[in-house]
Structures are given as C-alpha cells and as structure tokens.
Design a protein around this ligand. Sequence first.
Ligand code: GAL
Length: 382
Amino acid sequence: MIKSKSFLFVAAFAVVFAAATVAGLYLDRKTLELPEPGEEWFDTDGRRINAHGGCILEHDGTYYWFGEHKSDTTHLAMVGVTVYSSKDLNRWKYEGVALSVDDADSDSDIRKGCIMERPKVIYNRNTGKFVMWFHLELKGEGYLSARSGVAVSDNVTGPYRFLRSGRINPGILPADFTEKDKALLDTLDPENFIVESVHDDNTPQWREAVASGLYLKRDLAGGQMARDMTLMVDEDGTVWHIYSSEENLTLHIAELSDDYTSHTGRYWRMMPGGLNEAPAVFRHNGKYWMITSGCTGWAPNAARLFSADSITGPWRQHPNPCRGKGADVTFGGQGTFVLPVGRQFVFMADIWRPECHSDGRYMWLPISFDDGTPYLEHHIIH
Ligand code: GAL
C-alpha cells in the first residue's frame, strides 16, 4: 500500500515535472531562446560562425544572417560578406559568401585587402531584388576613403553583384538647412581650421564650427563621408541609410531611392559633434529608437540611446541603456543591429577580438522596456 502510494506520488511528480519542462521549453521558445553571449558559436557544420558587424533579414519564414568574414590576423577583407540561414536564431547553416571580394580585377573597388564592414541587406518587393549596403574602404587607404558600397542579387543568399561605391550626396546640403544655417556655413573655412585631432576635445570654437558643418562643407563637393552604418525600412516603405559621417563626428540619415540602390539627395544630420558609431535602429510604440556607441575603435565603450517621433529628428538623448555590471562598456560589446522578433527586439552586438579577428564573439541581448524606454541587461555578467 505504502509502496503504491509513493509510486503514485513519484509518478504524479514526474508528470507535473515533465509538463512543466515542456511548458518551460515552450515558453522559452516563445520568449526567445538566444545563444549565450560571448560563447563560441558554431554553425551546423561545426565551424565557428564568421559574420561580424552583421544584420539579419527575415525572408519567407527563414532568418538570414549577413556579416563580415574576418581572418585571424587582419581586419582587411580577404573573403567578403558571408551569409547563414536559420529557422530558430540558434542553429545556423552556412550558405556561403554572399558578396565576394574581387581577387582578379585590380581596378575593382572591392578588391581583396579592402575593408568591408557592417553589411546590411534588405528586400525590395517592387524590383524583387535583395540589396546590400556596406561600409567600404579602398585597399591601401586605411580608413580614409569612408565610402558606401552597394550590391544586388535575385537570391537572398547571393551571389550579390557589386554595383558601385562612393561618398554620399555630393553637392547637396541637408534637407532641413535654413537660410541661417547656410549663412553660418559660409563663414566657415575648413581648409584653414587647424585642429590637432578631430577626436580630441579641441576648442569651443572648433566644436561650434563642427556643429555648424565644418566637415560637411569640406566634403560638400566630393560627397559626405560614410563609415559605420545601418539601414532602416520605415513603416511607409521608405528606406533610410544611417551612417557616421563628418569624420565620425555626426550621424547622417539619408533617404534611399525607390529601388534602394542610390540616394535621393534628402538627408538630415543627427547629434552634430556627438561622435556616434555603430547605429542600430528600431521602432517601438510609434517611436524611433537608436542605440549607438562612442568612437574607440575595437575597444568597447558605453552605449548611447536616442529617441525621436520622426526618423529625421529631432532626436533626444537618454541615459546609457545598459544596466548592471559592465554597463559602462556595453558588457564588452558594440552594437550592430536590432532584430524585431514577433513583438520583441534583440540587440545584436559584436565582442571584437583584434588579437584574432575571426574569433570575435557575438552578444545578442533581448531588449527590455521600462515605462516604454528600452534597456539592456546581461544575465551572465550580473
Ligand atoms: C569601430 C567600428 C568598427 C571598425 C573599427 C575599426 O569603431 O565600429 O566597425 O570600423 O572601429 O577600428
């Protein structure tokens, strides 16, 4: 009797436990089961995932992760942009090189040894083409060329065909520049403005001149610089190219043409002189949110958070969105993309490892909201 009672108890416990486990798994799936931040992460062939500074495009029920292929000893592009596919954001199948560097053509802008960073891919329903934009530095020029490249493909995984690269919107002033702004620009003399380094604090006069468009004026004829970048598909289908411009001092938010492969000439400046890099944008409850980093190269720094009612601004800065231990250095990472999954959002970041670039790690954190304001926590570092 006692035996069967305890048997019943054990059996009942097992059923409840199993049900709870299944429910737990179910719930976990529902609430996003993300890979452990900073852990080594392997594709379905058992090879390290090599897709840095990336983005994810969801297409026909599958996620596609595009990113920079990094070699062990150099950050120069020796391979190109890789692509992986997944149904669950955890198990990724390597789909190959989506956009390859040019190994043969010595005149190509994307020849082997150039710098190709932060690729972002979107789909154009009207043309049926997938469009990739990325930050490009010509081979042998360090980070001086500050260009954007664009490539297209009929298939999501590629191969992408490189179209062109260049600076952005030559000869065009920001869309909201007033007569007063233009008059102020006329007073600036970029060629004779002596600064030690554009990233040092410098003088109040210099900071004022930067805010008024010192480097925008310097680059007006040839086009604006563009380094760290992202793309955002707006609710009405307009696509925005958001990039660090003006010596990384000021972000630009530029409208893309209907086929997404060029700029319309309309652009707005954001946070002039704010030194923002690594922009990642999303929309939540009718507001635009942007998470950026400061400019310290591969070394992590504190993330910044901004919001606006319209993508073109005005943008308002909020306190650091990271909370807890490691918040002052974004838990060791630097953002690259925000992925909406159902009603949730995932902040995707890179943990760079310049001592072995290919071993750079990934940190994907769910975004929480406190009274409508996004914040990030790191469950392992806590
Ligand atoms: C980072 C930037 C990276 C890469 C790196 C080079 O600030 O976000 O994409 O350009 O600098 O030092």
